[in-house]
Design a protein around this ligand. Structure first.
Ligand code: HEC
Length: 127
């Protein structure tokens, strides 16, 4: 009985570590230079519509239909995959069945690290 308890604790600890490692891997995979470039690209290209904090309150947002959603929403964050976020950034709204008002960024096809950085910025809005 006692041994079983220890085993269960060890398994639980192992799972916890696995989760931590998985979370850490996502956070660390973006090189500093890519993260910095992603930040300046967000400020230059995305803020106009999505707003500096991803709330969908950029200067141009009022004129858009549909409007960009609030990317800080927990519910939305949970409903989308990293792949969805990366694909819409690279290929634009129509590539994922959404509005063409979300423009593609084809130059980033050559910069997967920067795409990771942008995805991380978008994920960061949810935290
Ligand atoms: C011209 C305005 C505009 C610009 C610039 C723009 N977006 Fe968007 N974006 C939109 C709109 C509008 C939508 C919502 C499309 C829809 O609901 O069909 C959207 C959707 C998104 C989504 C998906 C949200 C969802 O509902 O699944 C993400 C992620 C996103 N944009 C990120 C970015 C990033 C990162 C950039 C900069 C590289 C960017 N956008 C630039 C207008 C813009």
């Amino acid at each position: 009985m006692r041994l079983d308890g220890w085993k269960a604790a060890a398994v639980a600890a192992g799972m916890g570590l696995g989760l931590l490692l998985a979370a850490g891997a996502g956070a660390e995979e973006v090189a500093e230079a890519d993260a910095a470039e992603a930040k300046s690209i967000y400020d230059a290209r995305c803020t106009t519509c999505h707003g500096p904090g991803g709330k969908g309150d950029g200067a141009a947002a009022a004129a858009l239909n549909p409007k960009p959603r609030d990317l800080t929403s927990d519910e939305w964050q949970k409903s989308v995959t990293d792949e969805h976020i990366e694909k819409i950034i690279l290929s634009g709204g129509p590539a994922v069945g959404m509005s063409p008002l979300m423009p593609p960024n084809p130059d980033l096809n050559a910069k997967p690290g920067v795409v990771d950085g942008l995805r991380q910025i978008v994920r960061g809005f949810g935290k």
